[in-house]
Design a protein around this ligand. Sequence first.
Ligand SMILES: NC(=O)c1ccc[n+]([C@@H]2O[C@H](COP(=O)([O-])OP(=O)(O)OC[C@H]3O[C@@H](n4cnc5c(N)ncnc54)[C@H](O)[C@@H]3O)[C@@H](O)[C@H]2O)c1
Length: 357
Amino acid sequence: MAVKVGVVGVGWAGQQHIKAYSAREDVDLVGIAGLEAQTREQLAAEFGVAHSVARWEDLLEVDGLEAISVAVPTFLHAPIALAALERGLHVLCEKPIALNGDEAQQMVAAARSAGRVLDVAFNHRRRGDVQKLRGLIEDGRLGRPYYTKAWWLRRTGIPTLGSWFTQSSLAGGGPLVDIGVHVLDYALFLLGNPAVKSVSASTYDLLGTNGFGGSRESSKSGANGDAAFDVEDLATVFMRLEDGGTLLLEASWAMHRADGDQFGATLYGTEGGAEWYVDDYVPVGSLKLFGDKDGSATTQSFRADIGGGHPEVVADFVAAIRSGDWAGHDGRAAAQLARVVDAAYLSAAEEREISVS
Ligand SMILES: NC(=O)c1ccc[n+]([C@@H]2O[C@H](COP(=O)([O-])OP(=O)(O)OC[C@H]3O[C@@H](n4cnc5c(N)ncnc54)[C@H](O)[C@@H]3O)[C@@H](O)[C@H]2O)c1
């Protein structure tokens, strides 16, 4: 029997979930919810979705619904996920898991007590170049990585000034909680998921508050042109890891730098180094390893597949539901990232290093 699924949110993220579910034989996408009636109706027609409703509350009423994706502004993640878990539904939530670590912890507790899957969509770690680099690290090509820099930086990529993204009560923060949480996820994944012991961070809002750096696209919901902006436009976070290593993370939506949108990581290990770099969302970034042969520098470039992205996130979610094996599918790892982000914002506010519990 196909799993009966609904998707809340019909923006960019929701559409990734809708497409991924629709492509699967073992899923019946029975409903979608979203406030943009025209987009929603077009999607319902294109993908043959029986129930198309505006409010998420009405989607939860659809008969026989077993699981939902939550792809809405971040302040709605916890309320929708908690309501769905209480009704016995499985939940696949977009990143970041919630506005903060406390909300995330409530979601984890609710998933555990309901005995349901709670997954969070971290699609970037599914990229083929990230998986390739992880494999090289597992093979020992870097020896012991001890210093990592990971970043996501844009010149003018504030996701629409005045939208929910630029209001802390709706988004939980700026680029740190938006793109930085992807960076935190893929960097820790590359390193084999060491725990973060402490963080020391600074945040800046010198450009966004002056109206510089708005994305050229203006599709985000809630954009009202009044340029409300009370989040950071740059976060820099120094982390001490339990394995003795150091991770330096940068996340920015707006900076005076080369045009475009770039993310990646540089890792330094005892036997080699690695550089992975993605320019303007190319599906496969450049990946190089640096080493030493008989006292001379070596550089090796690698090719990688495109990788899984949202379809793989959805595949894992459906597989977890169908198998009934929910270990590792309770949202705990994403909640821990939320705690690191909370600690970073506190560190920036209090100008001191903060331990992560
Ligand atoms: N994994 C990724 O790479 C990725 C990329 C972009 C966004 N996201 C995440 O996905 C989420 C949504 O981001 P987006 O860019 O799609 O935002 P968006 O503003 O484009 O879309 C949000 C959607 O939520 C809907 N919505 C808002 N309130 C609602 C309500 N009460 N009932 C039903 N629907 C409601 C809106 O109508 C809209 O369809 C965010 O948490 C964001 O962080 C993830």
